[in-house]
Design a protein around this ligand. Structure first.
Ligand SMILES: Nc1ncnc2c1ncn2[C@@H]1O[C@H](COP(=O)(O)OP(=O)(O)OP(=O)(O)O)[C@@H](O)[C@H]1O
Length: 571
């Protein structure tokens, strides 16, 4: 997937741009709708002609001719309806094709720096847009502009009939607005709860082994179910309100139909109008009110699609708006600068990191050590560009690392997190970051971390499938593959969070050799660790305490001054 998210802040989002690109296609659908609605007039004209010409002339030929003409008009109208629905569906398919890679990438981005629930929902929102365009509700939108035209025709038949039609339309519109007001809040509530439920379900599936092992299935199901219940209740409320209003609107509709026919009959009696106007008035009223009536019935679909569009666009604005800095090229090997970096949790007062300042040159290897909960992993995530510092900045070659990552600059950074999430697939794809891996580069990365020989001993070598999420591997093997993935593409900066937590002695030796190779290639290596055994491969140590770096300098000096156990001092 190579779609770029680069977009200037002043440009429309990819979603808006894609919709604009469909402008001509929507225009064509509008034209088809004009034709379709014009042909809908055929039965009304047919009835008038029957009363005015056929009954007075008693001509069977005229009747036959009129019937053939109106039958042809109805067939053509139906064909136009089919064509416009097919066109709307094609537009939906095209939008899906064009936007899915963009929305997927943006969702990942948004999930990593803001809210996973919203990101998951936005991904589903794209499907909602597609479904809307596939549904009859989308064609209704193109019929709505024709409602006034039918009402105008009623005015032309007789002003009294026009007034009745207009009042009916106003009453139904008021009911449509009432539907909007009555359902907006419960529908928004339902969406939120439903997406929370899906998110929790996904998390439960991810940890299903632990959940089963600890007998937590019922508890986990309860948590997922609770949100689904909230969603169901909110949906029920919206549904019931819609049903009540829909029922009421049907009554209004029937009453106005009766009123219309009564008024038309009165005109025939009083005004000597053609009896045909009774049916014509009824038909025109039906055509004029159908889109409004349909809109009330399809309100949930409209409201859901509108919310989906707004949510999706908002997310794309958030992700695409900081595009300017993304194009800045950085040198092949460039140092890391942390300048007064601070991090506070969003929506909380808690400051996890403050005032972290470090400077590392290419080829430096620093160990971040310190007590549990002191902020090492958070600092590692900021250095890897996964989190954005809330104050200060983290720069690689003078470029903000988060901005660099956003423009596909991830190739400059390698990251091995504590939770090694590998996805599945062939080893070459896993190492190659699922990016249509260049096998040569994957092999180079595997060689760098000393895994190449072990992979070549497998019957299928680099094509070996590691199972869903790496389930067929030992944890130590996952850690080694994660290390090779971090080294893929010869990055300038590598962040390793607890890289030897699962390694045995041989594995640790391989890791140390890999780090030495990385250093010799001029990569800057940041290691987050609790294990002192790894310190000999570092040339810098930073001690992290209470969210700040309390000591930083050459490994030997820091070790001697702060870390050497008292019993070993001077030995
Ligand atoms: N998303 C989060 N929500 C709430 N608290 C968080 C979050 N991320 C980090 N913290 C808190 O910030 C503090 C620092 O966490 P961090 O994982 O960076 O520490 P650490 O030094 O790496 O710990 P360890 O060595 O145990 O991995 C901890 O108190 C942690 O609870």
């Amino acid at each position: 997937m190579t779609t770029s998210l680069i977009q200037s802040p002043t440009q429309p989002t990819h979603l808006v741009a894609a919709l604009r690109a469909c402008g001509c296609a929507f225009g064509l659908v509008f034209l088809y709708s004009c034709g379709y609605n014009l042909f809908l007039l055929a039965p009304s004209i047919y009835l008038l002609q029957i009363y005015d010409r056929v009954l007075s002339s008693r001509s069977a030929d005229t009747l036959l001719m009129l019937t053939l003409i109106v039958a042809a008009a109805v067939v053509v109208g139906s064909m136009l309806d089919i064509v416009r629905r097919a066109a709307l569906s094609r537009i939906g398919s095209w939008l899906d094709h064009r936007l899915r890679p963009v929305v997927l990438t943006a969702s990942f981005e948004y999930a990593s720096r803001a809210d996973r629930g919203v990101a998951a929902e936005c991904y589903r929102d794209l499907a909602a847009l597609r479904q809307f365009l596939d549904s009859p509700a989308s064609a209704l939108l193109f019929d709505v502009p024709w409602a006034p035209a039918f009402l105008l025709l009623l005015f032309l038949v007789h002003p009294l009939l026009g007034v009745i039609g207009l009042l009916s339309a106003v009453a139904l519109l008021a009911l449509a607005l009432l539907t909007e007001m009555a359902t907006r809040q419960p529908l928004a509530h339902a969406n939120l709860a439903l997406s929370r439920s899906y998110l929790r379900f996904g998390t439960a599936l991810k940890y299903i082994q632990v959940i089963r092992a600890m007998g937590m299935q019922d508890g986990a199901a309860q948590i997922v179910y609770r949100d689904a219940e909230v969603a169901r209740k909110a949906q029920d409320i919206a549904m019931h309100r819609t049903e009540i209003i829909l029922g009421f609107s049907k009554s209004v509709r029937t009453l106005t139909q009766i009123l219309m026919m009564g008024a038309a009959t009165w005109l025939v009696l009083d005004d000597n109008s053609s009896p045909g106007i009774i049916f014509v008035a009824s038909l025109l009223l039906g055509r004029g009110l159908a889109p409004v009536e349909g809109a009330i019935g399809a309100w949930r679909s409209f409201a859901y699609t509108r919310n989906a569009f707004n949510r999706l666009n908002k997310m794309l604005i958030a992700v695409e708006s900081d595009g300017e800095a993304r194009m800045v090229p950085i040198p092949e090997r460039s140092g890391l600068i942390l300048d007064n970096v601070g991090y506070a949790l969003p929506f909380a007062d808690r400051q996890i990191l403050r005032g972290v300042t470090l400077r590392l040159a290419p080829g430096d290897c620093v160990a971040l050590i310190g007590p549990s909960g002191s902020g090492k992993s958070t600092l590692g995530r900021i250095i890897a560009g996964v989190l954005q510092a809330t104050s200060g900045c983290a720069l690689l070659g003078g470029v903000d690392i988060t901005a660099l990552r956003l423009c596909g600059g991830t190739r400059h950074v390698g990251y091995l997190p504590q939770d090694i999430e590998l996805f599945g697939g062939a080893i070459k794809d896993v190492i190659g970051r699922l990016d249509g891996a260049d096998p040569g580069k994957a092999i180079e990365a595997a060689k760098l971390v000393g895994l190449h020989e072990a992979i070549m001993r497998l019957p299928q070598g680099y094509e070996t499938d590691i199972g869903e999420g790496g389930s067929l591997l030992l944890r130590s093997q996952r850690q080694q593959l994660g290390l090779a993935r971090a080294a893929y593409g010869n990055p300038s900066l590598i962040v390793l969070d607890d890289p030897n937590s699962s390694l045995d002695y041989d594995g640790e030796c391989m890791l140390f050799k890999a780090i030495e190779r990385m250093k010799s290639r001029g990569m800057t290596v940041v290691i987050i660790t609790h294990r002192m055994g790894i310190l000999p491969v570092t040339n810098k140590i930073a001690i992290v305490r209470n969210g700040t770096v309390s000591a930083f300098g050459d490994s030997e000096r820091i070790y001697e001054t702060y870390l050497r156990p008292p019993s070993q001092t001077g030995t």
